[in-house]
Design a protein around this ligand. Sequence first.
Ligand SMILES: Cc1cc2nc3c(=O)[nH]c(=O)nc-3n(C[C@H](O)[C@H](O)[C@H](O)COP(=O)(O)O)c2cc1C
Length: 234
Amino acid sequence: MSLLKDLEWRYATKKMNGEKIPQEKLDYILEAARLAPSSSGLQQYKVIVISDKALLERVRLVAYDQSQITDCSHLLVFAAWDGYSDERISRVFNYMMDERGLPHETMDSYKQVILDLYERSGQEWQAHHAAKQSYISFAMAIAAAAEQKVDATPIEGFLPEKLDELLNLKGTGYKSTVILPLGYRESEQDWLVNMKKVRTPKELFITEMTLADSSDNVDLPKPMNLDDFAQKSE
Ligand SMILES: Cc1cc2nc3c(=O)[nH]c(=O)nc-3n(C[C@H](O)[C@H](O)[C@H](O)COP(=O)(O)O)c2cc1C
């Protein structure tokens, strides 16, 4: 129940007061972001932490002048891979195998399957796929912040190309996806603080389905595993 209470408490803070959050709380939020699951465990994103006021002033200029950027304690910038490659995937899998005391080749056939799949899908799809993974980490950070009673504003309202230039991300293989100022609410000046939290009613949000509700008019493939799938699509 406590997670639900924390999620009720949080809101997309519009006005922050500039107060610093303790280092342990920042570390906790970043650790929740790091522990997020990701497709194939690749963690195809990273988090950049900014507390330098002079840099935050510049970030605000590429984020539609949103005041949370400069009134926060720390700004988290989520940045995801701009594409997949054998080298990138091998680096992660080799590290994973080293940590687990297994030979590097353990993941070879699986790696080939996903590489084939990714290659066929093109670089735009790849960047989008990686960006989606970063949002899972972002959501974990939002929930962890709420648990720590730290305010956070999820922000997509910025110019990603400009932010990438500003943060010297161009040429690094990463693109910014979403940003998260962390800090404390300035309740007196925040129009949203006392507004009711509004969500789609449960009965519209949740649909239970049985076989009777599904379509019997789908040409379903025979059961196959990922290796079969790779061979079929060659
Ligand atoms: C991906 C994403 C992007 C958002 N971008 C902005 C933004 O640029 N500026 C802002 O003030 N709020 C932004 N929001 C906040 C949403 O408007 C807010 O979460 C939503 O209205 C629900 O309200 P609540 O978070 O207060 O419960 C964003 C939220 C998400 C999840």
